[in-house]
Ligand binder design. Structure first.
Ligand SMILES: *Cc1c(COP(=O)(O)O)cnc(C)c1O
Length: 430
């Protein structure tokens, strides 16, 4: 660190010597690991580049379509670029998805019928999916359970791993299971995320019992963190958010689905209406940012991983429980820190907020966010509202007071945000 940087931080952010000590130590402890992620980044960048070239992307893909958006060249080609990157038959990349939840909801709802059952094999799904499935306390009109589509959950074991025997038993005993839900990233649960190799293993166990069941993967936060993706190991359909890794911090919003043609088409019918599917949908001049975001995504995703690893190390040194640990192999950009104390959780988020380029002056207060069952505290000083590929931290204000931190468009900013967060946490101890 330049002497100038240190002076700047002390002058502008009131960082203590103890906080600096932890910062320096964490940097020197983590640096060696970054090479491995740089290599993954390089490979994924090549994969993305080649997909653009194969599809002959040019300026004409960035045009502004309006109205029905029939034959939107940019949109239809981006579907193919995604399909190529994920090694699938089809893609559906749309700014019309209001979020990842919407894309996931369409991927699931489009592929089940009344009487079918959904089996979640990575435990309870991410909070916002509970409303879709009909598992939340508050009942939402039109949730899948109201259509007679029930969901069963197979919990993870006490080490946070898949229970292969229980999953196989459920599949043997219940022929109504039509769709398997697997969530790669941790969500608001205190478990590790699943490596693509672990997802491949659970898929093998599922296929031993049932060839025909549809395997869905929620890939949120996982894109471009490993050199492979779950669709390369037998996932039939997968979805995620453009406000996370794959939007590259540039896409203004949206979601994506990739997978087998038949399942992606069925999801498109749920996104719009049967008969219209993915053929309508003007893109209003947004395509350049979706392409440019995708092109930047392998780089940005690894900047976010570096931020997460650094954050883990900083918090380990400061004495907090973190998962994954600073040396665990990563498959997503999420870092969880257990604060065990509401004030520390809120202070940490306030620090991240204070270090943001946008809304740094805003105060972090817990609020009842739609789609979530408990109050959430959230730091989000982002260019794209609510974007979590940008440095952000959030957590439900409930025991054991875990903050989930993710994103960072560049590691330089990521480091500073965490430094300020740490400084505010250490203040609580004074
Ligand atoms: C973020 C997330 C979602 C939902 O995505 P949104 O864009 O926030 O709707 C779903 N599943 C997981 C695992 C997530 O991390």
């Amino acid at each position: 660190m330049l002497k100038k940087t240190e002076e700047f931080l002390i002058k502008n952010y009131n960082i203590s010597e103890r906080t600096f000590e932890i910062y320096r130590q964490a940097l020197s402890d983590t640096e060696a690991q970054f090479k491995e992620y740089d290599e993954i980044r390089e490979f994924n960048q090549l994969k993305v580049l080649k997909a653009f070239q194969l599809e002959k992307i040019s300026d004409s893909h960035f045009t502004n379509t309006t109205g029905y958006g029939l034959d939107d060249l940019g949109r239809d080609s981006l579907d193919k670029v995604y399909a190529n990157i994920f090694n699938t038959e089809a893609g559906l990349v749309r700014p019309h998805f209001v979020s990842g939840t919407h894309a996931i909801g369409c991927a699931i709802a489009g592929n089940v019928m009344p009487g079918d059952k959904i089996l979640c094999v990575s435990g309870l799904p991410y909070d916002t999916l509970l409303g879709v499935l009909g598992l939340s306390e508050k009942k939402n009109a039109g949730s899948l359970d109201q259509y007679g589509i029930k969901t069963d959950i197979v919990d993870l074991d006490n080490k946070g791993k898949f229970q292969f025997d229980k999953i196989q038993e459920a599949l043997r005993n219940d022929p109504s299971i039509r769709l398997i839900h697997i969530q790669r990233s941790t969500g608001y649960a205190s478990r590790k995320s699943f490596l693509v190799s672990e997802i491949a293993e659970v898929i093998r166990h599922i296929r031993e019992i049932r060839e025909d069941v549809i395997i869905f993967v929620d890939n949120c936060y996982g894109e471009f963190i490993e050199p492979v993706e779950p669709t390369e190991y037998g996932a039939d359909i997968m979805a995620g958010s453009l406000m996370k890794n794959i939007g590259g911090g540039i896409a203004p919003g949206g979601g994506y689905i990739v997978g087998k043609r038949q399942y992606v088409d069925a999801a498109a019918n749920r996104m719009t209406v049967p008969g219209v599917g993915g053929e309508y949908g003007a893109t209003y001049g947004l395509m350049r940012s979706l392409y440019q975001g995708l092109f930047s995504a392998p780089h940005v995703a690894i900047e976010a991983v570096k931020t997460a690893i650094f954050c883990a190390r900083v918090m380990e040194i400061a004495g907090f429980k973190v998962f994954p640990s600073s040396t665990d192999k990563r498959t997503d950009i999420i870092q969880a820190i257990e604060f065990g104390d509401a004030k520390k959780l809120i202070n940490f988020c306030s620090g991240i907020q204070a270090g943001s380029p946008i809304d740094a002056f805003a105060v972090c207060e817990p609020w009842a966010m739609p789609g979530y069952d408990s109050e959430i505290v959230m730091a989000a000083g982002s260019f794209i509202s609510g974007s979590t590929i940008e440095l952000s931290a959030d957590g439900p204000v409930r025991e054991p007071y875990i903050a989930y931190i993710q994103g960072g468009l560049n590691f330089d900013h990521g480091k500073i945000g965490i430094l300020i967060g740490l400084s505010k946490v250490l203040e609580v101890n004074k």
